[in-house]
Design a binder for this molecule. Structure first.
Ligand code: MG
Length: 366
């Protein structure tokens, strides 16, 4: 079965509410979808790159350019995702672009074989517990209202985005209002430096599950130093772009938990490698999110069902971000999402919805 062509499709997805992190505020997502076509099956990959290079160096226009100019000419025509990473290896970095291409190939391959992502990856559960990421708010009362709403919806874990000036007080307020049993963690998106260690240690009394990416993306050594000064476990997100980075972080003691985002690290095969490495080293992992539509969410939920994913992920329901998803919406039941069981991603874009949100398409014959 040969790949005959690839469609690059851009969609514009308004968010139900602005999402503010330490690096900026998003009000809508400009998303690149990759569709791989063969005579028997087609597959989808969602690129997680944002409009600007703020979370990492990648951005959506750049990802589209890298895919069309450098990745697709090297893409093997045979439908085997295992070959994709090796073929694209000479192209440095651009893991979000590579992940979108590899995921589309894997989806087509699994749909053709009648196998689900969960089965292929080694899912050990049929549903996964879900947490939610709560952005930085204008005030603590506004934050408490938002958190109360998510708890009412059934989310089993709350993550607060933090930055200097919005850390100890909001964490204290949420802990006091919702009690010691609430699973609570924070994410700084690299907003601090090692000189903030004593300040960050003020979060220790609140028994957080973890503090995510407190320091800069390339600061593995400083994260190791910080970890010795905090009781709160350090988790890395942006710093880990490959299994090699994960191995280095574990060896250095830079973190005791890793947030695996397949879109950030080059795809689901690398995600499984990091999962296996962490499991062998007693490092807990969980599945992060990049405000994916149902297409990206489906694969993330499958990944989060692997046995080493021992902490709830940011695998929220569709309506956390989008009033109308491009697939049938993912809906929370008892704080969990069902792992799709159908072939490939197990979900399909709804043609009318997809057309409505599409801003551009480009067909590339291979
Ligand atoms: Mg993060």
């Amino acid at each position: 079965m040969k790949i005959t062509g690839v469609e690059l499709r851009r969609i514009a997805m308004p968010l139900v509410a602005p999402f503010r992190t330490s690096f900026g505020t998003e009000t809508s997502r400009d998303i690149l979808l990759v569709r791989v076509v063969t005579p028997d099956a087609e597959g989808w990959g969602e690129c997680v790159a944002m409009s600007g290079p703020l979370y990492s160096s990648e951005y959506v226009d750049g990802a589209a350019e890298v895919i069309r100019r450098f990745l697709l000419p090297r893409l093997p025509r045979t439908l085997d995702a295992q070959d994709v990473g090796r073929a694209l290896e000479p192209i440095k970095g651009h893991r979000m672009a590579k992940a979108a291409v590899e995921t589309a190939v894997l989806d087509a391959q699994l749909r053709a074989a009648g196998q689900s992502f969960g089965r292929f990856l080694g899912a050990a559960r049929t549903r996964v517990p879900c947490g939610v990421s709560v952005g930085i708010m204008d005030s603590v009362p506004q934050l408490l209202d938002a958190v109360a709403g998510f708890i009412d919806e059934g989310y089993v874990r709350i993550k607060l985005k933090i930055e200097p000036g919005w850390d100890v007080e909001p964490v204290r307020a949420v802990r006091e209002r919702f009690g010691d049993d609430l699973l609570l963690q924070v994410d700084a998106n690299a907003a601090y430096s090692l000189t903030d260690a004593r300040h960050l240690a003020r979060l220790d009394p609140f028994d957080l599950l973890l503090i995510e990416q407190p320091l800069a993306n390339d600061d593995l050594v400083q994260h190791a130093k910080l970890a010795t000064q905090l009781r709160t476990p350090v988790c890395l997100d942006e710093s880990i772009e490959s299994a090699e980075h994960a191995a280095a972080a574990i060896a250095l003691g830079s973190c005791s938990i890793i947030n695996i985002k397949p879109g950030r690290i080059g795809g689901y095969l690398e995600a499984r490698r990091i999962h296996d490495l962490c499991r062998a080293n007693g490092v807990a992992v969980w599945c992060g999110g990049m405000l994916e539509t149902g297409l990206g969410r489906a694969a993330n939920v499958a990944l989060a069902a692997l046995p080493g994913f021992t902490l709830p992920g940011d695998t929220s329901g569709s309506r956390r971000y989008y009033a109308t998803d491009v697939t049938e919406p993912f809906e929370l039941a008892d704080g969990h999402l069902e792992v799709p069981a159908g072939p490939g991603l197990g979900v399909e874009p709804i043609p009318a919805v997809l057309d409505e949100v599409t801003t551009a398409t480009e067909w590339i014959t291979l």
